[in-house]
Write a protein that binds this ligand. Sequence first.
Ligand code: SF4
Length: 407
Amino acid sequence: GQCANVCPVNSITEKSEVDTLKAAIADSEKLVIVSTSPSVRVSIGEGFGEDPGTFSEGKMVALLRALGFDIVLDTDFAADMTIVEEASELLSRVTKKSAPLPQFTSCCPAWVKFVETYYPDLLPNISSAKSPIGMQGPTIKSWYAKKQGIDPKTIMNVCLTPCTAKKFEIRREEMNSSATYWNEPSLRDMDLCITTRELIAWAKDAGIDYKELPESDFDSLMSEKSGAGVIFGATGGVMEAALRAAYEYLNNKPASKNLLQLSAVRGYEGIRTTSVQLTDSLAVRVAVIYGTANVRLFLEEQKLSDFDFIEVMTCPGGCIGGGGQPKHLETADDARKERIQGLYAKDAAMDEKVSTRNQELKDLYETFYGKPLSNLAEKLLHTSYHNRENDLGESAEKYRRLNEQKN
Ligand code: SF4
């Protein structure tokens, strides 16, 4: 409704969404599929007495099964998909001048909405690649449904996220590519979004003994991930993941160790900048920013033409610090750093660290999408943005003036 454009988060009460979900789980006609965001597995244990940053993937999957979800898939898989699309787009902007530089990341819906509202002139700079959740949804309701012989109308697609803004993102009008794909207007790509905190509260309410749950594995086809998909949840993770893939595309070989551990884009400062040599003749100038106050500061102090690629997340430390995560009032920064560490430690222990090497993802492209940026990929995995300046009402003119003065 109207309200969803203005106050998306507050207008949806936590209770009603979990109730809808419980009803769908109880409905034998519905196939309830959940996909889990990268950050949830390093924070969910905090709800049950584990330390922040504990890597609890197996327990998280077991908990979802215990609560009755039919199929558990991993949004880390789609994080790798976002990376192959977004890195391909970056290379197309850099080498073919297909769109303006710098390219900004697009996976944080709060950042996208911030640009739509306050800096609409920058919209052509936002990557057209959808977020991992935005790609997982239509891929489940098209390729996965076909492959498994499932009627997409019976699927309820749920995402488990650290993020309250994702509740708004999945309701964006254009997040209905599966409707176009099947010519079935009632389909939405993702039907429901619940947060880590909501899941913890639900599990406690249901009396589930988390500590006693035996670990469980994801279901197959859309759950494999590379280390790049894992680090997506940390500030700088999307940048590092994209640079690993871009390097591989340009050089046809894995990135060297110092590119796999890009210390300059890792860290906890709100603004980090560096330059990364991808080939002898090509360096990309990058920035990693979190928090909208830091974005404003960056836009005031830096010249955009000095950069090729910029990652922005609105939450402190990236999605691991999302608004739907367990809260630690006194020790918030410490908890966030532990969660970041939990993701990097997992990446370090993994064999495949580049999104292009994800075997399930390769199968998906070979049998369905073809190549990154193919026509079908553009249709299902890319999107466009709207100028929302008018949401500002009378202050729109003020912001326009301020932006003009700066330019
Ligand atoms: Fe959501 Fe925050 Fe991550 Fe943005 S940074 S996607 S608002 S959790």
